[in-house]
Design a protein around this ligand. Structure first.
Ligand SMILES: C[S@@+](CC[C@H](N)C(=O)[O-])C[C@H]1O[C@@H](n2cnc3c(N)ncnc32)[C@H](O)[C@@H]1O
Length: 385
């Protein structure tokens, strides 16, 4: 078997084998290597790895390649703490030291924002690691097949039975050891969660929203998110606070406490979550509205001086929502994002050259250790005068 160096200037072909060196990791988690002017995306790679790879899929300007052999491991490569990790489709960064996961996420946030906001200064604060890097998830969606729980294998729909998952909070592992009986056929999707009272529950997942609706999966790091949002509102006294994509009030209730004299308007699309929030809400100052945020912002502007908090799903709020908020007389926006590209695209809709808004600060948080996902908070302030 020969591993010829890729001939300079020639496009590689599927099946070619070559040696590459990984520069850095991309959104999506793969390693990026450049070789003879061509870009290769390589899953399961670590920065600094020297690899022998095989080209699998060719695109116009890049190729997807798979590792055949690690010739020289990058500094942050490690033996994954979970022995299922090399096969399991659940975590894609277990082979990286946590410090490297953090460095890569911080860089990804910065580079993504710079790319979408050319010429804009990015006031990026230090990265916030998660209080726990294993056993942090209180909600997870494994598969059930033939009386076992597990996950799909990497890049496949083949079932991998798992007896213990290292990223879930320990009480949920009882379900992996003794899966609940299910009357369904194979590979059903199950949702496991730990309630606020610490009770482990399992349910068949029937909708994309999940059996229980959205909640932050890393309750330890969620406390940092809430604290940060509140810290960044120090010194503000908005008459009105909007909490868009409010869920069951994760940020709304702390905001109600912080601003006891403000009107608080929460908007959320899920009936289940709005019902939960309304049941919990004891204050007269806050109202939870069941609405699509886009429809809401088409009909209403936040009143002058408002603080707007947004925490949209991965796809982001979208430029239309951001443009509408930016055109209002709101004073401050705090955007909590679980995907840096959606965040950057949405910020670009506000931070145009003639914009009345400035990017005050940005901070990235480790919310999903052992994966390439990153949570980011950005604050926008309206220029006075
Ligand atoms: C990332 S979660 C944040 C929820 C909440 N802020 C929290 O911290 O728990 C995004 C929320 O947006 C809701 N959502 C998704 N699309 C929406 C839309 N178009 N309009 C309003 N809410 C939406 C989801 O149901 C989910 O609760």
């Amino acid at each position: 078997m020969s591993f010829a160096k890729h001939p300079a200037g020639h496009r590689p072909a599927a099946g070619d084998r070559l040696e590459v060196e990984i520069d850095k990791l991309a959104v999506g988690g793969q390693g990026i290597a450049r070789h003879d002017g061509f870009v290769f995306f390589v899953p399961d790679a670590a920065p600094g790895d020297r690899l022998r790879v095989e080209v699998r899929v060719l695109h116009k300007n890049h190729a997807e390649a798979e590792i055949l052999e690690v010739l020289r491991p990058g500094e942050g490569r490690r033996e994954p703490p979970c022995h299922y990790a090399p096969e399991c489709g659940g975590c894609n960064w277990q082979h990286l030291e946590e410090s490297v996961q953090h460095e890569q996420k911080q860089r990804l946030v910065l580079e993504t924002l710079k790319k979408f906001l050319p010429g804009q200064e990015i006031p990026l604060l230090p990265f916030v690691p998660s209080p726990r890097s294993l056993h942090y998830r209180n909600r997870v969606q494994p598969r059930w097949s033939d009386g076992r729980l597990g996950y799909f294998k990497r890049r496949s729909h083949d079932f991998l039975p798992v007896d213990q998952c290292l990223i879930v909070e320990e009480p949920l592992n009882a379900f992996f050891r003794r899966p609940p009986p299910l009357p369904t056929g194979d590979t059903a999707r199950i949702e496991l969660r730990l309630t606020a009272e610490g009770k482990a529950e399992a349910s068949l997942q029937t909708s994309t929203e999940g059996a229980f609706g959205f909640s932050q999966v890393n309750r330890f790091q969620n406390e940092d998110l809430i604290r940060t949002v509140l810290d960044w509102t120090q010194g503000l006294s908005p008459a009105t606070v909007w909490d868009l994509y409010a869920g069951s009030g994760n940020f709304t209730f702390p905001l109600i406490e912080r601003f006891p004299h403000s009107e608080v308007v929460a908007v959320e699309l899920s009936k289940t979550l709005v019902r939960l929030a309304r049941e919990k809400n004891k204050s007269k100052q806050a109202k939870f509205h069941l609405s699509d945020v886009q429809a809401w912002t088409r009909r209403r502007f936040p009143p002058p001086g408002s603080l707007v908090v947004l925490d949209p799903p991965r796809a982001g709020a979208g430029p239309e929502v951001l443009r509408s908020l930016a055109a209002s007389d709101a004073d401050e926006m705090i955007y909590i994002a679980c995907h840096p590209v959606s965040l950057a695209r949405d910020l670009a809709a506000v931070l145009r050259p003639d914009s009345r808004w400035t990017l005050t600060r940005v901070q990235a948080f480790e919310m999903f250790p052992q994966t390439d996902h990153v949570e980011t908070i950005a604050q926008l302030s309206r220029r006075r005068g």
